[in-house]
Structures are given as structure tokens and as C-alpha cells.
Design a protein around this ligand. Structure first.
Ligand code: HAM
Length: 422
């Protein structure tokens, strides 16, 4: 492997059968989200930078350190999407959404963050996300979390810890900030440089710091739910009651604020132990985002999961599905006339759904059978001049290592029946 052919750090080439796994996971997303009336939305991979700047939050790690931002030839500042929600809100606003209307959309695709690559932390990673846009009710948040659980069950992943919290609304922020400032100010010397800056500009952001030395201070900080006003408290307890009513297990993490600043009210994360330090498989919450040019923020709730982390968790739980990647039939041809006849047979077999490969280079019989073996073909159908003259093919069962003759014009039906493609 030469360094010049390796993908950039934090990015990956995906070959089959890994791509089969990805398609399996994506198929479950289409199925499950469809059951809740969500439709797929595909937004561009890059957007004008301002789509992300203010919605994600100027003081977040994503905006401060991680965005892939560049100028195009026209001097416009563009950014590779670091997450899906901001672009989805822009797209929905652009398509038009009236006051009080609801939009249910989901998306799948690559996101980009310039983070230090590690297990479960990629620079190009893939999210599957869902957004319920336009309406505000605790039961919508509950349905969204239930749908997330439904999706994980559908891909075969049980367990994990669901952590939830509330960030309150704008009116609660004053009280939350001053309580946090009062707590952190005398302790800030022992904290990292970022936290020292956050104390001045956006104190709640400190709660999201991942530095181990800061974590010990953060763990004793005031609990946010206790600082909420009456309305936010009621909203949060309706969400908790709604989850309990659906028997969805959760833990309140009173210092969870998540890495994005658009959240209001409910926030949650699904943490899965056993996949290393990056153990958050999915995260989401309720938000208010003001798309560029909009005067009023648009409300919504949603979540996104990281496909790479989900795969790590499935692997850890030994729940990775396996796929039959072998081929069904390998056609062995001796001579160009047989090759032509086999090309026609290959078409007929493929039309019945059989996976068929054949030699196209006129190699010898031994080499062709070796290839059939290597490809784990279930059957080899062999013919040369003699078989052509007699209107037959020799069918070799590659597992049983037995051989029989079969009428050439019955071969397609016979194979389809034996392979259950009939
Ligand atoms: P997030 O927590 O930043 O939320 O990302 C969601 C998920 O994406 C994470 O739980 C993780 O599985 C995956 N992820 C994030 N960064 C990386 C990375 N560098 N490498 C691998 N996987 C990663 C959001 O992005 C919000 N937009 C979620 C949301 C939707 N909130 C409301 N609606």
C-alpha cells in the first residue's frame, strides 16, 4: 500500500461486502422512518457558510475548529456540511413552510468535520438523521425518540443508555448562565483554555467540554433541570412521562447540553459502552433555527446517528448481519462457440435473478474451475464442442463435487429452481 493511494486521514474507502452492510442499514432507515410518515430529503453536500455559522453556534467546537470552509472561484465562502439539520432547515424554508405546518423529513449521507481521527471519529462520516419541523409539543419529541429506538431495534442493536436533559428556552438562559458562571468562575483556573474563554462568551458550552480534568469540575456543576422556569419544567416532565408511558428506559443527565447551540427544551444522546471513547451513537433534540433571511426561527425536533459508530456497536454486540456474497453459477466454456452460447445462457439466468459469472478470456478448463471455486460458486455449468453438439451442459454441484448432464434448454429453469429463484 503506497501512501499516495491511501485515502486522506479520517476518510475511508468502502468495498463490498461492507457496502452490503451499509445498504442493509440504509434500507432499515427507509422502512422505519416511512412508517412514521417521514420522506427522504437530499440536500447539497456544501452550503453557503452562513447556513451553519449562526444556527450551530459561533462558540461551538464545530464552528470554531472543525468546519471545512473554503472560498470558491466566485469568492463565496462555502462549507462542507458538518451536520444535517441546518441544511435541512434551509431547504425546507426555501421550499416554503407556513406557520404551524409540519414537515417530516429524513436524510442519509456524508458529513465533514476536521476532527482528530480516532476510532469512531472520522473526518468524513455518515449520518442518518430525522427532522420533524414546524410544530412544538412534548409528544412529538417522545415519538421521535421512540422512532430512534425502533430504528436501532430494526438493525439489531439493543441496549445502550438513553441520556436526556432539557436546555430550556431563551427566557431560562439568563438564570442558567448566571448559576453556571457563579459555579465555574472560582474553579476556572484549573480548567482548559477553551473553558476559560467559554466562561466569558457562552458559559453553558463548558458543560460540553470533553477534557478529563474539566469533566471532574463539570460533574458537580448545577443541574440544568433545577434552573428551568415553570413552562420548560412542565415540557420536560411531559417528555419524561411520555417516554415512561412507552416503557422507554432513560436516564436524566442534568448536565447534557450537546455540541450544538440551536437546541431548546429536550436534548438526548444514545451512548453505547464498548465502542471506545466516542460512545455517542446518536444524538438529537428540539431546536429553533433561523434560516438565513428568516426573521422568525423555525421550530423542530430530530436526531442523527453516526453509521460508523453504529457499525462499531453492532460489531461489539456481535449483531452484524452476514450476507451471502458468493455467486450462484459459474459458466465454463471450452471454445468460442461455447462461450457465445454461455453468454446467452448467462443473460437468461440473470433474468431469473441468478448471480452468474463466466470466463471471458478463453482460459483452460482447470483455470476456469479454479476460478469457480475461488468465487464460491454454487454450481458450474460446463460445455465445449461435444456438449454443444449433444444439446447438453454438464452441471457440477461445487459443494457436493458431483456432476450430471442436463438438457441445455432446461438449464435455466433447472438452475432457477435449485437456487430458489424460480
Ligand atoms: P451530533 O451529536 O453532532 O448531532 O452528531 C450525531 C451523530 O453523528 C453522533 O452521535 C455520532 O454518532 C456521529 N458523529 C458525529 N461526529 C462524528 C465524527 N467525527 N465521526 C464519526 N461519527 C460522528 C448532530 O449532528 C445533530 N444535527 C443531530 C440533530 C438532528 N439534532 C437535531 N436534529
Amino acid at each position: 500500500m503506497s501512501r499516495r493511494t491511501e485515502p486522506m486521514p479520517g476518510t475511508t474507502d468502502l468495498f463490498a461486502p461492507d457496502t452490503d452492510l451499509w445498504r442493509f442499514i440504509e434500507a432499515r432507515a427507509h422502512e422505519v422512518f416511512g412508517l412514521y410518515g417521514y420522506g427522504e430529503l437530499r440536500t447539497p453536500i456544501f452550503e453557503r457558510t452562513d447556513v451553519f455559522l449562526h444556527s450551530i453556534g459561533d462558540d461551538t467546537d464545530i464552528v470554531q475548529k472543525e468546519m471545512y470552509t473554503f472560498e470558491d472561484r466566485g469568492g463565496r465562502s462555502l462549507t462542507l456540511r458538518p451536520e444535517g439539520t441546518a441544511g435541512v432547515l434551509r431547504a425546507v424554508a426555501n421550499a416554503g413552510i407556513g406557520q404551524g405546518e409540519e414537515r417530516r423529513v429524513y436524510y442519509l449521507g456524508p458529513m465533514f468535520r476536521g476532527e482528530r481521527p480516532a476510532a469512531g471519529r472520522r473526518r468524513q462520516f455518515h449520518q442518518i438523521g430525522v427532522e420533524n419541523i414546524g410544530r412544538v409539543a412534548p409528544a412529538i419529541d417522545v415519538e421521535c425518540i421512540a422512532m430512534m429506538r425502533h430504528f436501532f431495534a430494526a438493525v439489531g442493536l439493543e441496549g445502550g443508555r438513553l441520556l436526556i436533559n432539557s436546555r430550556g428556552v431563551a427566557e431560562d438562559r439568563q438564570l442558567i448562565s448566571s448559576a453556571l458562571r457563579e459555579y465555574f468562575a472560582p474553579r476556572i483556573e484549573a480548567m482548559c483554555e477553551d473553558c476559560q474563554r467559554r466562561l466569558k462568551v457562552n458559559v453553558a458550552r463548558i458543560l460540553d467540554c470533553k477534557q478529563p480534568s474539566c469533566r471532574t469540575v463539570i460533574e458537580a456543576a448545577p443541574a440544568i433541570p433545577e434552573l428551568l422556569g415553570e413552562n420548560s419544567r412542565a415540557f420536560f416532565s411531559e417528555v419524561c412521562d411520555g417516554l415512561a408511558a412507552l416503557d422507554i428506559e432513560f436516564e436524566v443527565d442534568p448536565r447534557l447540553i450537546r455540541g450544538l447551540d440551536y437546541y431548546v427544551h429536550t436534548v438526548w444522546e444514545l451512548a453505547y459502552e464498548g465502542i471506545g471513547a466516542q460512545n455517542s451513537i446518536a444524538g438529537g433534540g428540539r431546536y429553533e433555527i433561523c434560516p438565513p433571511g428568516f426573521k422568525e426561527p423555525v421550530p423542530g425536533v430530530g436526531f442523527a446517528l453516526g453509521v460508523e459508530r453504529l457499525l462499531l456497536a453492532l460489531e461489539d454486540a456481535r449483531a452484524l448481519p452476514s450476507f451471502d456474497t458468493g455467486i450462484d453459477v459459474y459458466l465454463v466454456s471450452l471454445g468460442s462457440e461455447a462461450m457465445h452460447a454461455n453468454q446467452r445462457l448467462a443473460s437468461a439466468l440473470r433474468a431469473c435473478g441468478c448471480r452468474v459469472l463466466m470466463d471471458l478470456e478463453g482460459r483452460g478448463m482447470k483455470a476456469q474451475l479454479r476460478q469457480a471455486n475461488r468465487l464460491e460458486a454454487r454450481f458450474a455449468l460446463i460445455r465445449g464442442g461435444d456438449e454443444l453438439a449433444r444439446g447438453i451442459v454438464v452441471c457440477r454441484d461445487m459443494r457436493a463435487a458431483t456432476q450430471e448432464e442436463m438438457a441445455a434448454d432446461a438449464a435455466t429453469t433447472e438452475m432457477a429452481v435449485r437456487l430458489d429463484h424460480g
